[in-house]
Design a protein around this ligand. Sequence first.
Ligand code: AR6
Length: 261
Amino acid sequence: MAPTSASDIPSLNLLYKLKKLDVSRLGPLKGASPVHNDRIGLFRGDITTLSVDAIVNAANTSLLGGGGVDGAIHRAAGKGLLAECRTLGGCPTGSSKITNGYNLPCQKVIHTVGPVYNDSKPAESEAHLRSCYRTSLELAVQNDLKTIAFSAISTGVYGYPSLDAANVACDTVRKYMDGDDGKKLDKVIFVTFEEKDVRAYNSLLPRHFPPSIPASSDQDSITGEQAAEAEAKASQLPDVPTTDPADSEHVPKKQRQSNED
Ligand code: AR6
């Protein structure tokens, strides 16, 4: 299957028009804005199949690989990635480093180290997670990369509750895109894999990036031709995994239940 390019990944505007993303009944959050909706994408599937400028890996402080998305990225990239990672001297939690993509269809891999979620210090975990998203976006802009796809950092083995993590991801990306450097990016894509993260993004994206007009009055805003084109694009996307990643050594930290939504 050919890799999926950034332009094939539906933007939030298209998802709203196709009614694949619902307006939040909880309403927009403070600072929420529809202005970036053409430059925010949502993709469910394997991040290693994306031919974007950069994918963001959920790494650990050694940067020498592991399970989950990190393992999938290293397997697909080949040995050259590990060799380059060995030269980087690790990376502290909340920071990010960049390498080439080797056998991956993307140009670069940004390795960010998310926090192991600590429910007795949620503010500290949040600050680290925000820093992961911000430093990754900064690296993309510094390297003149225009399209960047994020895995759901820390929501696997590191145990960050999916809803809280999606909230931090959306908020940090929106604030960055509001700034001058954010204008240099063509598309920021959120990649989900497991159902819990799909649900979290479906519920949080509309609160941070609401549609510009209420979906109910939007019936006529897409032509039949546009809808057919969008459906054709969607049908070419790879199949969504029906099971969670098979990785016996990769035992997720149990996520606490969030009360939100
Ligand atoms: N494509 C996209 N997302 C994926 C893929 C994939 N191929 N595989 C898993 N995910 P995790 P963490 C999702 O555990 O919690 C590693 O061992 C997964 O469903 O990979 O930050 C590192 O070396 C989840 O939503 O990363 C570290 O030691 C998200 O990726 C540690 O795990 C992140 O899950 C980092 O833990």
